[in-house]
Design a protein around this ligand. Structure first.
Ligand code: ZN
Length: 203
């Protein structure tokens, strides 16, 4: 399986990182080794002094697809969750400055965490889905999916132009404003609507 991530999909997050609003979705891929097992803590890697959390709605693909039309895209996933796209912001800034690929900063081992999946029918409208992340009990990110520049169905259509989607692939749909640094001892809690989908400890 692979993890396809969307960058710059929320206007306020684009502004907080002083990025340009893209004309089309920014896509990057994390390999299967990036997936952090649910039973483990997130351990801060020693190559970064500035690991950020990015809370994102995650979609799990349930069938193979290529050139998927946005109007049929809802047939390609059944479940959603909230995940964290851990990012070595210090490394990413250096790579961006030089125009180099982001992989070292984005696709390192255990850089993708996903909470419990929920049947999409039970979360209400996917275009109005509220989600939030708490760090040590304080809400640090809170948004709804209607703030996305590209909606889930449009993302599936765009992604599948370039990358065949396969059963089990995960799509991280982009982070809203409020990203920030994690520190050892942090507790991170993710909520989709009012349902808690994960508890994660940082070490
Ligand atoms: Zn992200």
């Amino acid at each position: 399986m692979k993890i396809i991530c969307v960058g710059r999909n929320y206007v306020e997050h684009i502004a907080e990182l002083h990025n340009e609003r893209p004309d089309e979705p920014v896509l990057f891929i994390k390999p299967d080794t990036a997936l952090l097992g649910k039973e483990f803590p997130f351990v801060i890697p020693d190559f970064s002094q500035d690991i950020h959390y990015e809370a994102e709605v995650v979609v799990k693909i349930t069938k193979v697809g290529k050139y998927i039309d946005a109007k049929f895209a809802s047939k390609y996933y059944e479940q959603v969750s909230l995940g964290i796209d851990f990012t070595a912001r210090d490394l990413q800034s250096k790579l961006k400055e030089k125009g180099l690929p982001w992989e070292k900063a984005k696709a390192f081992d255990n850089s993708a965490f996903v909470g419990d999946f929920i049947a999409k029918e039970t979360v209400g409208s996917l275009d109005q889905l509220a989600f939030s992340l708490k760090q040590n009990g304080t809400v640090v990110q809170q948004a709804t999916t209607d703030q996305m520049i590209w909606k889930i169905e449009e993302l599936i259509a765009e992604i599948s132009k370039y990358f065949t989607l396969k059963t089990g692939d995960l799509i991280f749909t982009g982070t809203p404003a409020g990203v920030g640094r994690v520190a050892p001892g942090d507790s991170l809690e993710g909520f989709l609507g009012d349902k808690k989908v994960f508890d994660l400890i940082v070490k």
